[in-house]
Write a protein that binds this ligand. Structure first.
Ligand code: NAD
Ligand code: TYD
Length: 357
């Protein structure tokens, strides 16, 4: 089992990264420190980590506001905190935004990963046990028809600027393993859901719009399929890889839980009706089919037998109760959503951390 001491988490103020940090600091087999390096883009939110800062700030948890593309800042963090492990979440993560503005995706997802790898290469020369874990997506494999699954050896076929930028960074990580003998692992995960997800992604967007009785925009014919996994299950898989994964290996992570978008939106409408005391069909009238996303991938489905067999990981949430818990979280945290959406949060950030990068 790999021993981890000073973990650099990039993008730790985002959705998956903030959940990862919270779980990591509660992990019984981890006694080390976490350094969260985040640029705080529109998607990064320190409110996600208020409890962590309160309980562990300055002791086992440290926040550094920096861009992963800033080589000096990254190298400084590696040296000042004697980093031995990197868990690299930081990215521009939304496909729609990548269609409208790909440049930032290439910069952060590709160049940023390069800067981190270079820092690891120069700071870790010969450092025993040092390891770099790269968080990636199933979208690098392209789009499936009605049958079949993505395996770890499925050829890459990215089709959006987002997935192409993630695919390129995956190749770079592998290249550093082969060329420089850097200890690395990569995980390619399916769609996540859970608390603290920015309400631009399907599930929190629908929950938030249902609550406000706004239109529910369903792209195209609504029959695209995604494989949904609770964020805690993603993060327990990352922990398994960090502690037991083999350098040079890729691990697929998935929910084995495929849903057509429109069916999922129906379920969200029905569940929300239950929570908010409306009759079952009440919110479905808000559904509106809108113009399809350009290049919209039809179906993603992950085969995750490898991580199950080799590292003993499995999902722990069933989708029905996971969704209930998630909906309740968004209902109980309406202020969080309001802050994120109204720009209040952005103003708060500017006041506390200066003008946004
Ligand atoms: P997110 O958009 O919620 O968070 C991204 C975080 O990265 C934010 O805190 C942001 O401030 C930070 N960031 C962005 N650019 C940065 C930069 N240049 N320097 C430093 N920090 C920067 O994303 P997420 O949904 O939490 O995704 C995290 C990772 O997981 C990404 O690499 C994404 O590709 C991958 N992933 C996400 C999903 C999903 O369903 N959300 C599925 C599979 C893989
Ligand atoms: P999204 O959450 O953006 O994740 P990804 O594109 O990375 O899979 O979208 C999930 C699916 O939902 C995808 O097929 C696009 C679709 N979608 C809609 O139909 N309407 C929406 O408003 C959004 C955000 C997504």
């Amino acid at each position: 089992m790999r021993k981890l001491q000073n973990i650099l988490v990039t993008g730790g103020a985002g959705f998956i990264g903030s959940n990862f940090i919270r779980n990591l600091l509660g992990e019984k087999d981890f006694e080390g420190r976490v350094i969260n390096l985040d640029k705080l883009t529109y998607a990064g939110n320190l409110e996600n980590l208020k409890d962590v800062e309160k309980n562990h700030g300055g002791k086992r948890y440290f926040f550094v506001r920096a861009d992963i593309c800033d080589s000096d800042a990254v190298n400084r963090v590696f040296r000042e905190h004697d980093i031995d492990t990197v868990v690299h979440f930081a990215a521009e993560s939304h496909v729609d935004r990548s269609i409208h503005g790909p440049a930032e995706f290439i910069k952060t997802n590709f160049m940023g990963t390069f800067i981190l790898l270079e820092a690891a290469r120069s700071c870790w020369q010969g450092k025993e046990g040092a390891h770099f874990h790269h968080i990636s997506t199933d979208e690098v494999y392209g789009s499936l028809g009605e049958t079949g699954y993505f395996f770890e050896n499925t050829p890459y076929d990215p089709r959006s600027p987002y997935s192409a930028s993630k695919a390129s960074s995956d190749h770079l990580v592998n290249a550093y393993c082969h060329t420089y003998n850097l200890s690395v692992t990569i995980s390619n995960c399916s769609n996540n859901y859970g608390p603290y997800q920015f309400p631009e992604k399907l599930i929190p967007l629908m929950i938030s719009n249902i609550r406000e009785e706004k239109n529910l925009p369903v792209y195209g014919d609504g029959r695209n399929i995604r494989d949904w996994l609770h964020v805690d299950d993603h993060n327990s898989a990352v922990w398994a890889i960090l502690t037991k994964g083999k350098s040079g290996e890729t691990y697929n992570i998935g929910g084995e839980n495929e849903w057509e978008n429109i069916k999922l939106v129906h379920v969200l409408c029905e569940k929300m009706a239950g929570f908010l005391g409306k009759e079952k069909e009440y919110y479905k009238k808000l559904i509106s089919y809108v113009k399809d996303r350009a290049g919209h991938d039809r179906r993603y489905a992950i085969n995750c037998d490898k991580i199950k067999k080799e590292l003993g990981w499995k999902q722990s949430y069933d989708f029905n109760s996971g969704l209930d818990m998630t909906i309740k979280w968004y209902l109980e945290n309406a202020v969080w959503i309001a802050n994120v959406k109204s720009g209040e949060y952005q103003k708060w950030m500017e006041k506390n951390y200066g003008t946004r990068a």
